[in-house]
Structure formats: structure tokens, C-alpha cells
Design a protein around this ligand. Structure first.
Ligand code: NAD
Length: 701
């Protein structure tokens, strides 16, 4: 590698050589970094003028891990085990100076050094299992020798990121430098001895503790194959020599790297970072947010207020009258009381958060807010009235947001004289817990308003996904198709519990009918009634859910819906539902047929991806991976499958297209194959690699 362009440089401080990795933004272990490190260590080992080495990533960072984009490319030497091996084999002491993140491969590099000196802001951890991998450059074997097998299993399987203090107490750090980290490392290095973890005897430790740690990790594994592999490989460190442990670890790492689960998790990791990059927002500066407000303190408004209080903002909460405002405060109080009860926060923190809440029944209280989220009833007239009032009361430059699920954002914005300040902030229930935040752009939403919404999402720890304005935006639009086709399957012969079992076997935490029962069947019913007049007569309509609602079965809240529930809340099939289904079939002359779990899974995945393709082509979603994020973070789609668009790409679009054609034959109007699906399937392409060509703001509508 050319010395001028290498991301690894060497500087001399007397007999100490500082090897500096400089590969922004996070010093990911790309080929150039691996090669640069290898060359530097070998050269300095052979240099008689050098007595010791310091390895640094510069201020605020060490090495945050592998270069995930490179993992999709053909392997290219040198590989990390060689770099790590050279560091450990170096005949001179090597001090790792850890500032910021030393994670994954970065932590493995640090473990190959003789001394680990951290700054107070150092972060250390073997985080590979979060991406469906295990450490592949000796991390498991060295860590087991350093902290024992049980602790290593716990740390690796959780993918824990340790702060400096905890890393010090567990022995991952030898010391924490309070002063200048690099100066201290340089001062210490010459007097250090070689301390190779690989030279330590195989770890002993309490076998019962190791078994307990393994059992706990497997319980939380949720089907991630990397967890079982990590346990196996760490346990193997007890049995043999270091070299055979290393070989077992590497073999497991290489196999996992190609696993569909790891590919899906890598896809989501990159998707999460890409989602905040919106073409056209490059120059936009987020507006400052000091004081926030929420209108409506029902299910969503209360949850949104909690999310904003948790993010540190003062929050004004406006309701229709004093009684409703008080009910809202009680709802919020109850959320925090549950958190105190389960030891997630203490009383002092609860009090501090509630002290930042100002309830009111007077819209004038909104005059100072920098951003207002409306979460009142889902009714166009109510929202139009509220936004008209906001236009008169809110200060100039305030962001006016709505939590609407389905309504037309442009119509809401038109109730104001400042449509550029109006944006959708679509939270999911419970709003303080669910990670997804759909940020909806209306026709006139200003770039800096979108940038403000994205900055707010970051502050709240939410995953934002930018959506265009259409019925249901990204998530609910696709969910509606998913639900419709689940009902077609039921009418055609699959029992609701069979559909749910197939979805749960696919990886959803809960099947779609169980979810409907939990959220309540009345909301979707009201929407169907609202739309009855404008529904395409050629769209197949299933009336079973209507029959359930009209019989007073609104889901869990009334004790029955698609299922019956016992006193403990366990769901079970119900003869009433079976009869309603049979009647619906009889009315249409449908002879029920059998569906396997695989049939159900393929059908529902195909129709979701098909609707996703329509949303993509229309500019409702910027990229397929944003749709994946919406479903994984907002609708319980299994992470290990990477989201509906990624799962469709993985299965192959020709197979998806064939299934969509079958779905169209049963569903009629509205279920047509998306032109984009036809095009991608014919071209042998994927959704993931498709972008709307040459469109402003990435084509978002
Ligand atoms: P909700 O009925 O529980 O709460 C609405 C609250 O708004 C009530 O407390 C009501 O008193 C108050 N309100 C009504 N008109 C008002 C006005 N003019 N001024 C002040 N307050 C007023 O409803 P919700 O489920 O919290 O839904 C609120 C919004 O969030 C809707 O637009 C809904 O579509 C959307 N949403 C709901 C969910 C969900 O799962 N419930 C999810 C995402 C978005």
C-alpha cells in the first residue's frame, strides 16, 4: 500500500513508535487498514531503533469493527487473523490506547495487544453476535482466557458494549488514563512486558456457571444461530490448545458469515444508517428544538409525550378540557409507575420527568412550542380545525406535526397558511417503546422541517423512515394488503390460527389475527365503513371481520375477537369464528382448500413485497431497505429475514412474481403485480439495488 494513502501511519516518540489508524468515520477494518497495520507491525518489529509500540485510532475512536460493505465482496487478503497474529507475535510490547469504540474486530485487535489502556470514554466489546456472527480473529479464545468461560459467554452472546469502568473491573482494560491517553501510553510502553493472552493456560472456571450462562444466552437467542456457535466455540477453549480453539472459531465465523441470518442482519444494520440520508436534504439545517408540545392525550398522545419527556424535552400537553388533560397526566403517570415497579427508573427520575410536563386545556399554551405533535382523533374535520387554530397560535417557524395514520397530509397542511412547516410524525403504539417513526413528507414540507424531524427521531432513539404522502404511507399501506390477503386465505380454507401459526413459524412475534385482536377490530372496521362507498367493486371483500365486530367481538378488550381468551389471556380458536367463516364461504360458494404453512408464508410475503414495489415506484418510499426497516421496527417482521423486500430479493423475484399472479387471481382489483416487480423479475434484478432515476429528493412524493 502506498505510504501516502495508507490509513495507517507511524510516528516516532524516542524509541516508541505510535501506529495510528486514520480511516474515518469509525476506522472500520477495511482491507487498507488491515494491510497498513500488518505492514507497520512487521516493519517496526524488525526495526532495532524501536523498543515498544502504541496502537491508536486517534482522538475519540479506536476501531468500531469490520467493514460491513466489504463483507458482501469476494474475500481479499490480508485477513484479520493474520493482523491479530502479527500484533501478538511482535517481539516488542504493544500498548493499545483505546478512546471511543473498540468493538468487534477492534476489540479483537485490542485483545492481541499486551496492554489495554482506555480513556474514560472508551467502549469495549465483542459485538459480532448482533450481526449474526461470532468473533473470527481469536476474540472468543482470548476473552475466555482473560475473563473466564462463563463471563465470555455472557459478553459475547449479549454483544455487550462495556463502558470504561466496567471494562476495567472485568479486566478487559488494564488501566483507565485520566489525563492525555496517548502521552500516557507512550510513557508506559517501554517498561511493559509481553503479555500474550494466547500463552495463558486454557481457562478453567466453574463449569456450572458456564452452563448457566449458556442456558441464559440460548433462551434470549431468538433463533440466531450465532449464539449456539459462540457458546460451542467458547466452551471449546477449555478442551484443547489455543491453536485448535482458534481454528474452530474461524471455521464457525466463516460459515456464519454466509448464513442467511447474518446477511439479513447486515442488510438491516446498513439500512438503519442509510435511512437518515435523504437526497436533497444535504444543505438543510434542523431547526432548534427547546420546547415541545403534544395535542391529544389519548393512547398515542400520552405515549408520544412520554417519548419526548424521556428524550429530555419540556412538554406541553393540550387536551379538549381540564378533565381530559388530567386523564392524560394520569396515563403518563401510570407509564412511569410501571417503569418504577419494574426497576427501569427510580422515583427521582420519574419525578424529574413529570416535572417537565405541563398539561393544559388552553391552545394558547402552544404559543412558545418549537414543535407540536397533534395526536387527536383520526378525523379529517378534527384535524383541519386543529391545524387552523395552530396557524393562528403557533409561533413563526414552529414545526406542525401530525400523528395521523391514514389521512391526507396535504389536506391537513392546507388548513394552515404555512404548509411548508407541516410534516407527519407517525409513531407506533406504544409510542414510547416502538422504535419506528415514519416521517411523512407532504407536497410542501420544507427540507429543514424534514431535517428537524430526523434530528428529533435521533434524539428520541427512534428509527426514522421517510415516507411520501399516500393512504397509509409506507407501513399501513402495505399492512392493509397483508391483512386483506390473510383474510382471503381464511375464506379460502386456512383457519386464522393456522395463518397465525405459519407467521409465527416464519418469525413474527405474533400472527396477524392475534395482533388484530390486540389492537382492536373496531378501528379497521370504522375505516372499512368509511371507504365502503369508494371501494373498487372488483376488489374481493371479506366480511368475516365485520361479522365479528357487529357481534360485539372487538378483540381482547371485549374478551373475544378472532379468538376466544381464557382468564389467563391465552388465545384459543372459537366456534363462533369458525361458523362465521363457514357462512362466509357458503355465501360465496367457496370450497375450502388446504394451505401448508409454507403456502401461507409465501403468499403473504409476496403480496407485501408487491405492494412495497408499488410504493417504491410511486416515490412513497425512497428505497426498498426503508420498507424493510418499517416492517422490522413497526410491525414485528422478523429481523432474521431482513424485511419483506430483502426476503423477496433473497427468494428471487421470479418466484415472488409467480406467487403474486396467483394472489391476483384470488384477490382481484388492487392485487395486480407491480410494474416494478415485473420489470425487476424480467431483468434478473432485485428491489434492494433499485433507485428512482434522477428524481429530486430521491423521488419522494
Ligand atoms: P385516542 O382516542 O386514544 O386519543 C385521542 C385524544 O385526542 C383524546 O384524548 C381526545 O380527548 C383528544 N382530542 C380530540 N380532539 C381534540 C382537540 N380538538 N384538541 C385536543 N385534544 C383532542 O386516539 P389515539 O389512538 O391516541 O390516536 C390519535 C391519533 O394517532 C390518530 O390520528 C390515530 O390515527 C393516530 N395513531 C394511532 C395509533 C394507534 O395504534 N392507536 C397508531 C398510530 C397513529
Amino acid at each position: 500500500m502506498d505510504a501516502l494513502t495508507s490509513p495507517v501511519t507511524i510516528s516516532r516518540h524516542g524509541a516508541v513508535a505510535v501506529v495510528r489508524i486514520d480511516h474515518p468515520p469509525v476506522n472500520a477494518l477495511s482491507k487498507g487498514v488491515r494491510q497498513g497495520l500488518l505492514d507497520a507491525v512487521r516493519a517496526l518489529d524488525a526495526d532495532a531503533a524501536v523498543s515498544a509500540l502504541v496502537l491508536s485510532g486517534g482522538p475519540g475512536r479506536f476501531v468500531a469493527g469490520a467493514d460491513l460493505r466489504e463483507m458482501a465482496l469476494p474475500p481479499d487478503a490480508p485477513f484479520l487473523p493474520e493482523v491479530v497474529g502479527a500484533l501478538e507475535a511482535c517481539t516488542k510490547p504493544v500498548v493499545a490506547a483505546l478512546d471511543g469504540a473498540a468493538l468487534g474486530g477492534g476489540c479483537e485487535i485490542a485483545l492481541a495487544c499486551d496492554v489495554r489502556l482506555g480513556s474514560p470514554t472508551a467502549l469495549v466489546g465483542l459485538t459480532e453476535t448482533r450481526l449474526g456472527l461470532i468473533p473470527g480473529a481469536g476474540g472468543t479464545q482470548r476473552l475466555a482466557r482473560l475473563v473466564g468461560v462463563a463471563q465470555a459467554i455472557a459478553l459475547v452472546c449479549e454483544g455487550r458494549v462495556l463502558k470504561a469502568g466496567e471494562a476495567l473491573s472485568l479486566g478487559l482494560l488494564d488501566a483507565v488514563a485520566e489525563g492525555d491517553l496517548l502521552a500516557e501510553a507512550i510513557a508506559r510502553a517501554p517498561s511493559e512486558a509481553k503479555r500474550r493472552l494466547s500463552a495463558l493456560p486454557a481457562p478453567a472456571g466453574d463449569p456450572a456457571a458456564a452452563e448457566a450462562a449458556a442456558a441464559k444466552a440460548l433462551k434470549g437467542a431468538k433463533g440466531v444461530p450465532a449464539i449456539a456457535e459462540a457458546i460451542r466455540v467458547i466452551k471449546a477453549s477449555r478442551d484443547g490448545d489455543f491453536a485448535s480453539g482458534l481454528a474452530a472459531e474461524r471455521a464457525a465465523f466463516l460459515a456464519l458469515r454466509e448464513s442467511p441470518e447474518a446477511k439479513a442482519l447486515r442488510h438491516l444494520f446498513l439500512a438503519e444508517r442509510e435511512a437518515v440520508k435523504v437526497p436533497g436534504l444535504e444543505g438543510a439545517k434542523a431547526r432548534p428544538l427547546a420546547s415541545l408540545a403534544v395535542i391529544g392525550a389519548g393512547t398515542m398522545g400520552a405515549g408520544i409525550a412520554v417519548a419526548l419527556l424521556d428524550a429530555g424535552y419540556p412538554v406541553t400537553l393540550v387536551e379538549r378540557d381540564a378533565t381530559a388533560a388530567q386523564a392524560g397526566v394520569e396515563r403518563i403517570d401510570a407509564v412511569y409507575a410501571r417503569q418504577v415497579k419494574s426497576n427501569r427508573i427510580d422515583e427521582a427520575r420519574k419525578a424529574e420527568r413529570l416535572a417537565r410536563l405541563t398539561p393544559s386545556s388552553d391552545y394558547a399554551a402552544l404559543a412558545d412550542a418549537d414543535l407540536i405533535v397533534e395526536a387527536a382523533f383520526e378525523d379529517q374535520a378534527v384535524k383541519t380545525d386543529i391545524f387552523g387554530r395552530l396557524d393562528r397560535i403557533a409561533k413563526q417557524g414552529a414545526v406542525l406535526a401530525t400523528n395521523t395514520s391514514y389521512l391526507d397530509l396535504d389536506a391537513i397542511a392546507a388548513a394552515t397558511a404555512r404548509p411548508q412547516d407541516v410534516v407527519g410524525l407517525h409513531f407506533f403504539a406504544p409510542a414510547n417503546i416502538m422504535k419506528l417513526l415514519e416521517v411523512v413528507k407532504a407536497t410542501h414540507t420544507a427540507p429543514d422541517v424534514l431535517a428537524t424531524a430526523l434530528a428529533l427521531a435521533k434524539k428520541m432513539g427512534k428509527q426514522p423512515v421517510v415516507a411520501g404522502n399516500c393512504d397509509g404511507f409506507i407501513g399501513n399501506r402495505i399492512y392493509a394488503v397483508y391483512r386483506r390477503h390473510a383474510e382471503y386465505l381464511v375464506e379460502d380454507g386456512a383457519a386464522p390460527e393456522a395463518v397465525d401459526a405459519a407467521l409465527e413459524a416464519f418469525g413474527f412475534a405474533m400472527g396477524i389475527f392475534a395482533v388484530s385482536d390486540m389492537s382492536g377490530l373496531d378501528i379497521a372496521y370504522a375505516m372499512r365503513m368509511r371507504r365502503a362507498a369508494t371501494r373498487d367493486p372488483n376488489e374481493r371483500y371479506v366480511a368475516i371481520a365485520d361479522a365479528l365486530v357487529e357481534a360485539g367481538r372487538l378483540g381482547r378488550k371485549t374478551g373475544a375477537g378472532w379468538y376466544a381468551y381464557d382468564a389467563a389471556g391465552n388465545r384459543m380458536p372459537d366456534a363462533f369464528v369458525t361458523r362465521a367463516i363457514e357462512q362466509a364461504r357458503a355465501a360465496k360458494g367457496i370450497v375450502p382448500r388446504a394451505f401448508t404453512p409454507a403456502d401461507i408464508q409465501l403468499r403473504l410475503l409476496a403480496v407485501m413485497a408487491n405492494e412495497g414495489a408499488k410504493a417504491l415506484a410511486e416515490g412513497i418510499a425512497l428505497r426498498a431497505s426503508d420498507i424493510d426497516l418499517a416492517f422490522v421496527h413497526g410491525y414485528g417482521f422478523p429481523r432474521l429475514k431482513g424485511g419483506p423486500m430483502f426476503a423477496a430479493d433473497t427468494l428471487g423475484l421470479p418466484a415472488i412474481l409467480a406467487e403474486v399472479q396467483a394472489a391476483h387471481a384470488t384477490g382481484g382489483a388492487g392485487s395486480e403485480p407491480a410494474p416494478l416487480l415485473l420489470e425487476r423479475a424480467a431483468a434478473g434484478g432485485t428491489f434492494s439495488d433499485w433507485r428512482k432515476a434522477g428524481a429530486p429528493m430521491g423521488g419522494i412524493q
